[in-house]
Design a protein around this ligand. Structure first.
Ligand SMILES: [Zn+2]
Ligand SMILES: [Zn+2]
Length: 283
């Protein structure tokens, strides 16, 4: 059974439950190591990340929970940090907060310009995503997707986050191959180039099990065909629920564990006594 989850949201951002409710649910599910990872405040208005004014409270709350629940579970303080492809950078706030965190998840959620405009998102709605590609890439899906994976590679090269979040989030609204076909050679080659870069760094790729809870049928991030490609490159992994409610704490964990073993993965990485360690799968 999988023992950890490092991708957990709460009502500090767009999650439904409090930090403590998430911790209690994690303990009840048998987790032994958990990371809290609210969305870091963004440098533009939005309705899904933490507010900057709440940052100190968040850090203090996680610290208090760590102590309170120490006999039952190891807790870690993380945040999900946005990398902006247009800026080829993370925010100044992110850079100042990272030294205070136990670990980082880095992800890309935005598309096109993030300064001085209403920002477009990859994961807000299919319509918003399509409009973004139209606005910034003249509707050229392939041009955007290439930019996206090159951006992810750049992010990993520049910042070596502990965890790379939902590497193929761009498939969230790709039902019926609306934007691209994952079987196309160009798509697979683009992904493999990105994996080559990740393999050369110390970043772990997250097996993100939460997608089906929000949109049934999306599957997991990364898609099944990518896992053997990751294994071939010896890319280390973590498992995370991207949990936005107590119901998502270990959502589809058993399925993920079975599939990882089928692909030849024998271990995943967990934080133990403050250090990353390889943990055998299936134990
Ligand atoms: Zn995310
Ligand atoms: Zn998340």
């Amino acid at each position: 059974m999988l023992l950890a989850n490092y991708h957990i949201h709460s009502d500090y951002c767009d999650g439904k439950n409090t930090l403590e409710e998430m911790v209690v649910a994690g303990i009840a599910s048998g987790l032994t190591s958990m990371g809290l990872s609210s969305h870091l405040p963004l440098p533009f208005p939005n309705d899904w990340t933490m507010k900057e004014d709440d940052l100190e409270d968040y850090l203090n709350d996680v610290k208090a929970l760590k102590e309170k629940y120490a006999p039952q579970i190891e807790l870690y303080c993380g945040m999900e940090i946005d990398f902006f492809i247009d800026r080829q950078d993370i925010s100044d706030l992110a850079k100042s907060v990272i030294p205070r965190l136990d670990y980082t998840i880095m992800s890309v959620h935005t598309l096109g310009k993030t300064i001085g405009v209403e920002v477009s998102y990859i994961d807000e709605s299919q319509q918003n995503f399509a409009q973004g590609i139209k606005k910034y890439y003249q509707g050229d899906n392939q041009a955007f997707i290439t930019d996206y994976y090159q951006g992810i590679a750049k992010m990993v090269n520049m910042f070596e986050p502990d965890i790379l979040g939902h590497i193929d989030l761009i498939k969230k609204y790709n039902q019926n191959n609306h934007f691209f076909n994952e079987r196309d050679r160009w798509y697979q080659e683009t992904v493999k180039d990105c994996l080559d870069t990740v393999a050369a760094q110390n970043t772990r790729i997250e097996i993100n099990t939460g997608a089906n809870l929000r949109i049934p049928g999306v599957g997991r991030y990364p898609s099944d065909w990518m896992i053997p490609e990751m294994k071939k490159r010896n890319i280390p992994i973590t498992v995370g629920g991207d949990s936005h409610s107590v119901a998502g704490i270990v959502f589809e964990y058993n399925e993920a564990e079975t599939y990882l073993a089928e692909c030849g993965y024998q271990e995943y990485w967990i934080l133990k006594k403050g250090r990353w360690e390889a943990q055998p799968l299936g134990v």
